[in-house]
Design a protein around this ligand. Sequence first.
Ligand SMILES: Cc1cc2nc3c(=O)[nH]c(=O)nc-3n(C[C@H](O)[C@H](O)[C@H](O)COP(=O)(O)O)c2cc1C
Length: 179
Amino acid sequence: MNAEPIDRHEFRNLMRNIAGQVSVVATGTPGHRKGLTASAVCSLTDLPPTVIVCVNRAAAAHDLIIEHGFFSVNALATGQETIARVFSGMAGASGEQRFETGEWSVGVTGAPVLASAVCHLECRLSEYREASSHTVFFGQVIAGSASADANPLLYHRGSYIGLEAPEREEAFLAAAKTK
Ligand SMILES: Cc1cc2nc3c(=O)[nH]c(=O)nc-3n(C[C@H](O)[C@H](O)[C@H](O)COP(=O)(O)O)c2cc1C
């Protein structure tokens, strides 16, 4: 067996099939904020509550996350595709300009938070590890809030996909109860 890694383009072609929640990772204080669209966000453990976020070392927000020591993860909702495009640099905006899209406020840690997100988490950077082109940031979750009626925004095969409300499942469960 050849144990060498596959070609990076082949890897990208495989990975684009895996649907992921679209988030904005944001840091800094008003006037000095930076953020990026990210799908490499994952819950690590609840002992203590920790998430990991993988950020390209070339991203403008990368160094500020380390400098500021706090960051937020804002899981975008269906209908927030424009925010995803702005924070991925597609609209040409950078730094503070990106925060003109969406209703951003200051969280308890000082990090920017988007209350209309499906869920937002505020994290204290507990450690970070460089891994090739990216850095894995470990964030202990200090605070968070969810919008129960919002549905998530996913990215799959190069397109944004807003999830519908899970009505069918709820209707199925309600019907099952009456039997
Ligand atoms: C759907 C989607 C997911 C992304 N996920 C990540 C990610 O997890 N980590 C990352 O470093 N960049 C990710 N990117 C790329 C960054 O959003 C993009 O490079 C951004 O412009 C970096 O910020 P900068 O322009 O301020 O350097 C993603 C882009 C898109 C469209």
